[in-house]
Design a protein. Structure first.
Length: 482
């Protein structure tokens, strides 16, 4: 399906026209990174990459969109003619979707013309920031459940239908097993499921009739919502009646609790079910769950089998966005050489690291991730060598990575698009989800904990650190000249 190239900030188009009219369109390298971890957590699960690649391959302006731009009275006819034939033609290097990543390391590099690179910014950041945020939130929910079954029920609370669809995709990458969003099931092949609403129970003459009717229609996948009237009264009583009737037919049931004390109620419900002989009945809970609530209930050994999570998952909860940015890292000069570029700022954490970069992840002999090292693309990183890891901002902060500490390393940024086309087959979403779960296993639980996580080290090579400082001095000298 075509992606409208109007999904961009307006100033991108005015800058693009300026570059085009002045004949200033060198080859450049932009990179995307984020500055701080969301949710006061220790990591981000990178998501949205393959969705972005699909969109970039189909990015264009149609006749109606060109006519709209013309109606604004700002863009020249010759520039609009150029836009009418626009297709993304650049190269992209990226960390694999589903990988655990950290602040200030490039997650993606775009190699293309300056005009091309500017147009992509809004779409790229919108896709990667939101999906990485939701995937990270989902992974925190799954970790909090200690391997429990987490269902994404966020459609009605998501930011519009497009946000809901993206959130369902990202939540699945983050570890959710099922979505309630039927369209997401069709588009992304995510398993879909649902129980019943309170309105179903209220639409019948009695709660028992509502439960029996549902079980008759959906044998073997019967989940009964027991808190419409009285969870520990008619709700569980009628669920047990229907559960025993279904048990005789060889079917099991589940019961769902959507309100009340989720520490107390499941304990009583579990005992009632077990005493009735329905030991295989599952308990589902929902109702504005957060990872903190899930973790507390699991820690307190509340007998909950399945977690239905919506609002705090698909919206990011207390952290509504990932602060990913897209910055110019290098630009081709008239001699055809790429010159590193650097944004300096009064806030040191907003200064960028110049140059075309690669990220290497170092592992111990057991496969545990030790630290990430950012260096210049083309730097030689080889086994059997001691390395100094320099802090990205603090000049005096560094540590040595000795050969007796690390067993191997890998380069994380790899080519995923060439000339505007995907490289290789598109991975299945289930494969990306599996990568995410596998990636988490390489990190000690102290990096993944919900509260006060250990800070994973992301550092610079000696060569990149030196170049950054030289560039910083050079840029400040230039600024003083004016």
């Amino acid at each position: 399906m075509r992606t409208s190239a109007l999904i961009t900030d307006f100033y991108e188009l005015t800058m693009m026209q300026g570059y085009w009219l002045k004949g200033h369109n060198p080859q450049v390298v932009f990179e995307m990174f984020y500055r701080t971890n969301p949710f006061d957590g220790g990591y981000v699960l990178f998501a949205g990459l393959n969705d972005l690649i699909d969109k970039l391959q189909e990015l264009s302006f149609d006749e109606e969109e060109i006519a709209y731009l013309a109606s604004l009275g700002i863009f020249r006819a010759e520039f609009l003619q150029y836009l009418s034939t626009y297709r993304f033609s650049g190269d992209i290097y990226a960390i694999a979707e589903g990988t655990v990543v950290f602040p200030n390391e490039p997650l993606l590099r775009v190699h293309t013309s300056l005009i091309d690179a500017q147009l992509l910014e809004g779409l790229l950041l919108n896709t990667l920031n939101f999906q990485s945020l939701v995937a990270t939130k989902a992974s925190r929910m799954v970790l909090a459940s200690r391997g429990g079954d987490v269902l994404e029920f966020g459609l009605r609370r998501a930011q519009g239908s497009d946000g809901a669809l993206s959130a369902s995709r990202a939540a699945f990458v983050g570890g959710c097993s099922i979505t309630s969003n039927t369209l997401a099931g069709k588009v992304f092949s995510i398993p879909v499921s649902g129980t019943m609403a309170h309105s179903w129970v209220m639409a019948f003459n009695s709660e028992l009739e509502a439960f029996r009717t549902y079980a008759e229609l959906y044998p073997g996948s019967t989940a009964l919502l027991i808190d419409t009237y009285d969870t520990l009264g008619s709700g569980i009583d009628n669920a047990i009646i229907v559960g025993l009737e279904e048990q005789k037919k060889g079917h099991s049931i589940a019961v769902r609790i959507d309100s009340g004390d989720l520490s107390y109620l499941p304990r009583v419900v579990r005992k009632r079910l077990d005493d009735a002989g329905l030991t295989d009945a599952k308990i589902i809970v929902s109702n504005d769950l957060t990872e903190a609530i899930v973790q507390t209930l699991v820690h307190d050994e509340v007998p909950i089998d399945i977690w239905g999570i919506g609002t705090h998952l698909v919206t990011g909860g207390t952290h509504a966005s990932l602060n990913g940015v897209y910055k110019l890292a290098a630009m081709e000069n008239p001699s055809g050489q790429f010159v590193p570029t650097m944004k300096i700022s009064n806030s040191y954490e907003k200064s960028t690291t110049p140059g075309i970069k690669q990220v290497w992840r170092f592992y111990d002999k057991d496969g545990g991730a030790l630290a990430d090292l950012i260096g210049l693309e083309g730097e030689t990183i080889e086994a059997g060598v001691d390395y100094i890891f320099y802090h990205p901002f603090n000049e005096g902060d560094f540590f040595e990575m000795h050969t007796d500490r690390y067993a191997h390393f890998e380069a994380l940024l790899k080519p995923v698009m060439k000339g505007g086309k995907r490289i290789g087959p598109k991975p299945e979403l289930s494969e990306i989800k599996e990568r995410g779960q596998e990636s988490l296993t390489h990190f000690h639980r102290t990096y993944l904990r919900q509260i006060n996580p250990h800070i994973y080290k992301v550092s610079l090579t000696e060569r990149l650190k030196r170049m950054k400082m030289e560039k910083l001095v050079e840029q400040r000298k230039k600024a003083r000249q004016y």
